[in-house]
Design a protein around this ligand. Sequence first.
Ligand SMILES: C[C@H](CCC(=O)NCCS(=O)(=O)O)[C@H]1CC[C@H]2[C@@H]3CC[C@@H]4C[C@H](O)CC[C@]4(C)[C@H]3C[C@H](O)[C@]12C
Length: 324
Amino acid sequence: MCTAVSFLSKEHYLGRNFDLDISYGEKAVITPRNYPFKMRKLQDLTEHYALIGIAAVFDDVPLYYDAVNEYGLSMAGLNFEGNAVYLEEVPEKLNVTPFEFIPYILGQCKTVAEAKTLLEKINLVNIPFSEQLPLSPLHWIVADKEQTLVVEPLASGLKLYDDPVGVLTNNPTFDKQLLTLSKYRGLSAKTPENTFAPAVDLPVYSRGMGTIGLPGDLTSSSRFARAVFTKAHSICEPTEMSSVSQCFHILNSVEQVKGCCELEEGHFEHTIYSACYNTTKGLLYYSTYDNRQLTALDLHKVDLDGSEPNVYPLLTEQNVHYQN
Ligand SMILES: C[C@H](CCC(=O)NCCS(=O)(=O)O)[C@H]1CC[C@H]2[C@@H]3CC[C@@H]4C[C@H](O)CC[C@]4(C)[C@H]3C[C@H](O)[C@]12C
């Protein structure tokens, strides 16, 4: 399971928890403007906007899970098991494979509005990266400071949804996720009035009673509701550090602790990394399951006119600041 959150403070942020049992050896990767992204069915992208993000690197090709470009357009791919359908090649469309999708959009679009126009022409074609890396079922959140979009590859083609809550998890389809939120209409950060049985004295024996009913479990629809509630109520200062911390606090409200979700015997889904992008400035902050310290990378610290990806292994070892 994974959760992504588009979050507006003074600047815009995209947060993402990457939840799985195993890592694909992902790295932080800055791809400059002149790295040629080879395309299977289209002309190679020899010049494009620069990207910073998390990617698995196979055969020297960065396969992005999440990223932001130099204009502040950001994207993240999340699992969409049982629902994602990639289609056969369609001659009149732009045939893009799922592993090319993030660089293709972020490499050429500055805003969600521009991405929408390009997305109308795209067919996500059923071509795997390699035998070792078959097609994987995904859907995507696409966000800038103005708006958030969800893109789902369905049997009927690409479905675009405006995402009014700025959150994406996994299944079911996004329209159903949104509808489920209505169940929680009554929840609040305030102590609720006793509308249940006004004639009966129901003491307020705890703080937080307005959130009773907010689901605490790990399913994707529960994480969706929890992330939406937390994001909708969280407040922070309009500073970089306060906003980044807030973004990680929202992500932490839906993180997966190792041992609580067993996939197969002895394999446990857990939050392998959490990432927070300042999309305006091209900054990537991350923490990993074992390293709770934030590590940061800046898109603008490398030569953006270069032609080789800059690859940084994730710092996964715990780093404690000993105070005495
Ligand atoms: C598994 C991950 C989603 C995590 C998640 O959502 N877990 C919830 C599980 S659950 O839904 O709760 O059960 C996704 C997210 C991004 C993906 C890579 C994208 C690039 C590339 C695309 C190629 O086509 C195939 C290989 C490739 C490296 C992909 C492998 C894998 O698919 C990655 C890591």
